[in-house]
Unconditional design. Structure first.
Length: 75
């Protein structure tokens, strides 16, 4: 997950207490309880992931008649 520090704060990294997350740039951090707690406390803000456009076309599922549904259920 990508996070930034709230404005005016420096938040220490989980296993490197002398390295800080700042407001300057988003940092990719592991999805651990430490970072979730810092987000819940308001010290860190989760950065929204950029929207990725998919170029894969998804074919619609074939239509199934209601009589075929009943036959499949055993009615």
């Amino acid at each position: 997950m990508k996070v930034k520090a709230r404005s005016g704060l420096r938040v220490p990294m989980e296993h490197a207490s002398r390295q800080y997350i700042t407001v300057a740039e988003a940092v990719d951090v592991p999805d651990t309880a430490y970072y979730h707690r810092r987000v819940a406390d308001g010290d860190l803000v989760v950065e929204a992931a950029p929207a990725v456009e998919s170029s894969v076309d998804v074919a619609p599922s074939p239509a199934v008649e209601s009589s075929a549904k009943k036959a499949a259920k055993g009615a």
